[in-house]
Design a protein around this ligand. Structure first.
Ligand SMILES: Nc1ncnc2c1ncn2[C@@H]1O[C@H](COP(=O)(O)OP(=O)(O)OP(=O)(O)O)[C@@H](O)[C@H]1O
Ligand SMILES: [Mg+2]
Length: 280
């Protein structure tokens, strides 16, 4: 069902949540393709279905209807026990490393934990040396070589996100999905973490999916872009083209809002969850 070079294809992908008697159509007949080695940005207002979409791509949630093919396999039809194959190849990084990292585990164990998973072991060489892999990963994300002996709380917000990225890369995934990877970070460290992601994706030949409500983040990281609104994709295309010539009125309004936020200096104040200045 997938063309050569195509990593993902989604057709009429729909996810309806039930909240009591109410139904929320979080994702409404979304079509999408993503080729291997590309970097897809997903933008849209809060509640537009961005996280719902990436959770379905990662095999972390079930579609109500519609199909996702990953490497030609219909993952919406896979039984739970076979979804592990997808979960090992597709790794996620979340917004807030404070809540995604276990505070009671040392960084070495956090980063190498995915290597102990049975599913991951099946696709890595049997003799993978955890100590050596840890050293490689710490170096790849620019953390000190002794970081493994410490706990997450001993690090800044930016460093904790580096730990989360190292953990995601541990099983050598094909796809990295980052859901608002820099939104919880102080403005001063966002660019560093974005540059790190850019370098890692290029060096390791990863396919990247980035969710962000910040259009600047997506512009920086992604060559493909979809704009979502109310569970639907209202615009899709090459990032440069969408930025240069947006077709939907909604995309135009998003793009026009960006400079206002910047010059108003409101961005920092609109993120009460942000890290402390001078971090990283
Ligand atoms: N587990 C759930 N149960 C019920 N409703 C849900 C659930 N998860 C998401 N929703 C609803 O589905 C819609 C889409 O949510 P989703 O989290 O995908 O949006 P989002 O674009 O990621 O938003 P944000 O930018 O705030 O993260 C929202 O209306 C949300 O309230
Ligand atoms: Mg979300």
């Amino acid at each position: 069902m997938t063309e050569p070079g195509e990593l993902y294809r989604a057709e009429a992908l729909t996810r309806v949540y039930r909240a009591g008697r109410r139904q929320v159509r979080a994702l409404d007949a979304v079509d999408l393709t993503l080729d291997r080695g590309h970097r897809l940005g997903i933008v849209g207002e809060s509640g537009s279905g961005k996280s719902t979409l990436v959770r379905l791509l990662a095999g972390l949630d079930r579609a109500t209807s519609g199909t996702v093919w990953f490497e030609g396999i219909d993952i919406t039809a896979l039984p739970e026990r076979r979804l592990g194959m997808v979960r090992a190849s597709v790794q996620m990084v979340f917004q807030d490393p404070r809540s995604s990292l276990n505070p009671r585990m040392k960084v070495a164990d956090i980063i190498t934990e995915p290597l102990r998973s049975r599913l991951v072991r099946r696709q890595l060489p049997a003799d993978v040396d955890h100590t050596q892999r840890l050293a490689e990963l710490l170096e790849a994300v620019d953390l000190p070589a002794d970081a493994g002996r410490h706990y997450p709380h001993e690090f800044s917000g930016g460093q904790r996100q580096r730990i989360a990225i190292a953990r995601a890369l541990a099983p050598k995934p094909e796809v990295l999905i980052a859901d608002e990877p820099v939104s919880a970070l102080d403005v001063s460290v966002r660019a560093q973490v974005m540059n790190l992601l850019t370098d890692l994706v290029a060096a390791q030949g990863l396919t990247l999916v980035v969710v962000s409500h910040d259009l600047m983040v997506v512009r920086h990281l992604c060559d493909q872009l979809v704009v979502m609104r109310q569970g639907r994709i209202v615009e899709a295309g090459a990032t440069a083209e969408v930025y240069g010539d947006p077709h939907s009125a909604y995309t135009r309004s998003l793009l026009e809002a960006v400079p206002r936020i910047r010059t108003g200096g409101a961005e920092r104040h609109s993120r009460p969850d942000g890290g402390r200045p001078g971090e990283d």
